[in-house]
Design a protein around this ligand. Structure first.
Ligand SMILES: [Zn+2]
Length: 254
């Protein structure tokens, strides 16, 4: 879930997902500084008024004072949670395990989230975790600071590496979405999550056949002439202070 990263070759800033704060906060700063960026958008969330699924899961499980004693979600292939002895800190590894499981269970993700919403008392979606509205995206895309890239429809990590249970099935929705984005002139793509476990040769083939010019991964490194254009590295940026970010970027001598 990288939200922002910096690569050296083009001094390029990239943002993933399509958060509303990209438009409200990042864009004006970048326009003022004359900095350009690529923003990889998960188009299915635009205008939904819903948090991205990982943010919703975090809100339901980690920011919730009214969890039931037990959560049973076994039939989704994820472990049930017995919360009798759990405190807020103990929920973190459970949430992390679910985040990982849902990356692979993308087809059932909405089903599980819907069930979870019914099982736990839910507060409202956080404004800080919302994607852009359609009108925000339209205004955003018109900025000279912005190039729009694709990031799948619903942030599905569907083309994972083969596992002991065999290769992940081919996902035609991902291919159709990629082809549609490319037809609409979107030339750039970022793999959801983007680690080496989240894309493979099949992913690269789909991107190339759809007509994308490049695809961004999520692994640290500098971009150079020999970098693979369909898996180029990016330096992940967390929610750091300016000083922390400077420390992290110092080794790259930007
Ligand atoms: Zn993402």
């Amino acid at each position: 879930m990288p939200r922002a990263s910096v690569s050296r070759a083009k001094r390029l800033i990239t943002f993933d997902d399509g958060y509303a704060d990209n438009h409200a906060h990042a864009r004006p700063i970048m326009e003022r500084l004359g900095v350009h960026g690529i923003f990889y958008i998960s188009a299915g969330y635009i205008g939904s008024g819903r948090e991205f699924w990982w943010d919703e899961l975090e809100r339901l499980l980690l920011l919730n004072n009214a969890l039931p004693r037990t959560l049973l979600l076994e039939h989704h292939g994820v472990p049930g949670l017995n919360l009798d002895d759990a405190d807020a800190g103990a929920m973190r590894p459970h949430c992390d395990a679910l985040l990982l499981a849902l990356r692979a269970l993308h087809a059932k993700r909405e089903e599980l989230l819907s069930e979870l919403r019914g099982l736990v008392h839910s507060t409202n979606a956080r404004a800080t975790a919302l994607p852009m509205s359609e009108s925000e995206l339209k205004a955003f895309a018109a900025s000279p600071a912005v190039t729009i890239g694709a990031h799948t429809l619903l942030h599905c990590c569907s083309l994972r590496r083969p596992t002991s249970r065999g290769a992940a099935p081919r996902d035609h929705r991902v291919e159709e979405t990629a082809q549609r984005d490319a037809r609409h002139g979107v030339e750039r793509f970022a793999y959801p999550f983007g680690t080496l476990d989240d894309f493979n040769e099949e992913s690269i083939r789909v991107c190339k056949e759809a007509g994308f010019r490049h695809a961004a991964a999520n692994r640290p490194g500098l971009v150079h002439k020999a970098s693979p254009s369909f898996a180029f590295p990016r330096v992940l940026v967390r929610d750091w202070t300016a000083e922390e970010m400077a420390d992290h970027l110092r080794p790259y001598q930007l």
